[in-house]
Design a binder for this molecule. Structure first.
Ligand code: FES
Length: 260
């Protein structure tokens, strides 16, 4: 689903992470060259690269945390993966920071380089998980199937009872809108027969249905293709086995309401 930290649908986190990745790997390589050629110039350059890498890593973490909170579907396999991805990166930054402090204390450069080598391996693992989050879980992807219209999202504070979520003419047939209300993620959609609303959570592994496709009253999960009837939540095709939760939708004075 679409990233919350984005510029014109381009997620900012993947743009920024290339800097710390390049800088941390360069830090390790320059220290390695310093050891090979016994040159302090290489080690000095590695020190500057490490400082820059830590700075850019902290910067890249900001949109990453925003997407972790707002974009990655809660209680999903992607949330677990994103948690591991974030924690691994925190450890990488911690190791490079500790290595910097050790270098200032004149600890053996062999030990420092070895530590950074371990961190680079961890960085690769974190990058692998980041790739899975994008290419498999579609975190930050803004897919537009035919006639889906622009991505629509609404945050409602202190929602209770019937909440106003759209105007009657806001959605075309087969279009969806993601509603955040009291920590819940609910999808409002319009079918040929009218409006319907359901949980934005596939019962298979927690995929965001708002990022899927809606056709003839059936929503398809973008992760593994489960199909659900949006009017009663029933599973029409697996791998999901449990139905999704649905909500009562009403229209009044050209406004659409969902009953929580
Ligand atoms: S998460 Fe697997 S089909 Fe939806």
């Amino acid at each position: 689903m679409k990233s919350r930290a984005q510029i014109k649908s381009h997620p900012i986190h993947p743009i920024l992470v290339s800097f710390p990745i390049g800088l941390f790997i360069s830090t390790f390589l320059f220290n390695l060259l310093g050891l090979l050629f016994d040159s302090s110039n290489f080690h000095q350059t590695a020190g500057y690269l490490a400082v820059a890498g830590i700075g850019f890593a902290l910067l890249a973490a900001i949109p990453g945390i925003i997407d972790y909170i707002y974009t990655v579907p809660p209680k999903s396999s992607a949330k677990k993966r994103a948690t591991k991805h974030g924690l691994t990166n925190v450890m990488v930054v911690a190791i490079f920071s500790i290595a910097l402090l050790l270098a200032a204390e004149d600890v053996s450069l062999l030990i420092i380089t070895a530590l950074q080598g371990i961190a680079v391996v961890m960085l690769s693992f974190a990058g692998w998980m980041g790739g899975t989050l994008v290419y498999r879980n579609q975190i930050g992807v803004d897919p537009r199937y035919a006639d889906a219209g622009k991505w629509k999202e609404l945050y409602v504070e202190n929602a209770q009872g019937d909440i106003e979520v759209a105007s009657s003419d806001e959605l075309g047939v087969n279009q969806m809108k993601l509603i955040h209300a009291n920590g819940k993620r609910i999808v409002l959609c319009k079918t040929e027969k009218g409006f319907a609303a359901f949980d934005d959570r596939c019962t298979h592994k927690g995929g965001s249905l708002a990022g899927g496709a809606l056709i003839c009253g059936t929503v398809q999960c973008p992760w593994h293709g489960s199909h659900f009837d949006v009017t009663n939540g029933n599973v029409k095709a697996g791998p999901a086995k449990e139905k999704i939760n649905t909500y009562r939708v009403s229209e009044m004075n050209s406004k659409v309401y969902i009953s929580l």
